[in-house]
Write a protein that binds this ligand. Sequence first.
Ligand code: GTP
Length: 657
Amino acid sequence: MPPNSPKESSKQIMNALTSSYNDQIRPLLDAVDRLRHLKVMQEGIELPTIVVVGDQSSGKSSVLESLAGISLPRGQGICTRVPLIMRLQDDSTLPVPKLHLEYKGKQVPVSESAITAAIESATAEIAGSGKNISDSPLTLVVRKKGVPDLTMVDLPGITRVPVHGQPENIYEQISGIIMQYIKPEESIILNVLSASVDFPTCESIRMSQQVDRTGERTLAVVTKPDKSPEGLLEKVTADDVNIGLGYICVRNRIGSETYEEARVAEKILFAAHPLLSKIDKSIVGIPVLASKLMQIQAQSIAKSLPNIVKKINEKLNRNVSELEAMPKNLASVADAMRAFMQIISKAKEVLRKLLLRGEFDDFPDDKKMHGTARLAEMLNAYATELPKDFPVTKEAFLMEEIGVLEEARGIGLPNFLPRTAFLTLLQKKVKDVSTTPLDFVGRIWSYLEDVVVRVLDDATVNYPSLQSCNRRAAQNLISKMRLRSNHVVKDIIEMEQVTDYTFNPDYMKIWVELMELQEPFMEVVHDSSKPTKINLKVVGEVDVSHLRGRRDVIVEQAFDMRMRLISYWKIVVLRLVDVLALHILYDVKKLVENELETEILNEVVGGQKMNGIEKMLEESPSTAGKRERIRKSIQLLKESKEVVAKIMDRVSLNGAD
Ligand SMILES: Nc1nc2c(ncn2[C@@H]2O[C@H](COP(=O)(O)OP(=O)(O)OP(=O)(O)O)[C@@H](O)[C@H]2O)c(=O)[nH]1
């Protein structure tokens, strides 16, 4: 049979409810109470609850007292200082009522006459003596003949003004507790209002309106009608404050009256009082309140139960998969070794994806970890940092070359271009840019260190003892690789400085093109009648006045050398980028495929030390704690699931009838 939708299930539950109270509602109430007892609310699963709220001394405890027919702490000023969960159970088999309190994991039986004192002392145990309040609840179970089957929570009354001995923020504390209880959609708000007050000015009305604007889950109970009968009829019929579930007026016990006397007095009051007798009988008296509450409670449970089942299942499934995803508890060195090897191969695979293959599914939103993209970005930035054109000084055109040529001249034929002059200039220019590749490899390795450490940390998150070993291994390895890269850079720079060679045909092509400019250039130098400025392709506009009168051969050689340097510089820059790019790619591949694993193995299990592995066996307290928490939660949810499953079975059986 396909599972019912929550709506259909609610309907079936309602049908079942109307059939027989004791057979049907009781087990439902029991189920909800058992869930409450199991503290299923700690799992974020809300239970249908009647929450009693009201301004201080509005008569909340008196209403509960009247419903239960027992004495509760009552009086002026703050009496209720902790949430009091009151569970009333009708038990016709009991000759005398049976009561007990549950708090702080204890279950304390109490007699009816001692209940006030017992609640006071339990409250003091929970919230301390004095006027402080606490949000840990105290449960009172009352099994008694003739009480309505109801579970309600009495909350501290709201006050704006702290009384003597109360903390300054008492209002915030109390309203915080009230909000926590009335916010869930599953809560029914029983708003207790004293007949003497103007309802719209009540704090408790203001608060319940915040969470239940339309009032669909708010019921108002008006107390003390005997004290302020004037205008009450108008107040409850005008409904200025949006009470969706309606008003019930009650008269509670006064002074030392017995409950029976109080009920009689209430009956007489609403029957005979000239003003109060005008109020419709369907909205007056404790018995009316009791049956209305039972009806609301049953409807509320029927409405919420299917959702509760759904939430319990969802939460249970989530916890079970979370527990499965947690690392297994390692029992032996062999287990630990296996787990360790798995960690290494997982980390290796993640690094392979990030740094070699360019697959980023492990860190889709963290761009910093997108290795191949970031490395390419850094390489591009490095390439643009290197001067793309031959770097010239501020000296006049060709004077740098002429200076070097004159120094290089030995005894020999004048028309040979001395190679040493070319190398001298080249050396100087390469030296000027040599810090750029060094800085680049520095940046690359710091970036790689961040990525590798992050991946290793993530892979070993459940074994903190491994984290430091792995991190150390990664850092050691990367500083070795950084050093190696520095040597590579130094070698490349030195090679560029002391040798000059290229197989690249572009060099000759560019030089030949540039040398076509030599003739027109020399003409301008020779002919003093011509303007001293000439625009040379690639070089730009130059002034030749300082070259006029110099020996032709040296000017021509200087021009030739400049053109060689211009075309050769492009080759140098390309090599500085290409060779380093290949070196980095090669080293990253070695790091990911072999060296990191070797380094970590040496660090963790190398030589005589198996320390790293043995330490893995000791689970971190936080992991152990988390495992325990999830286990407990699963246990609780499983029990809860059984509780509701029994109820749902019963409901579908009845629904099928
Ligand atoms: N005359 C009369 N007095 C009432 C009635 N209901 C409550 N009282 C009195 O009002 C006072 C306050 O009542 P409580 O029940 O203690 O009020 P509470 O809202 O629980 O108080 P806190 O929990 O301290 O906020 C007590 O002295 C009650 O006897 C009523 O219907 N008629």
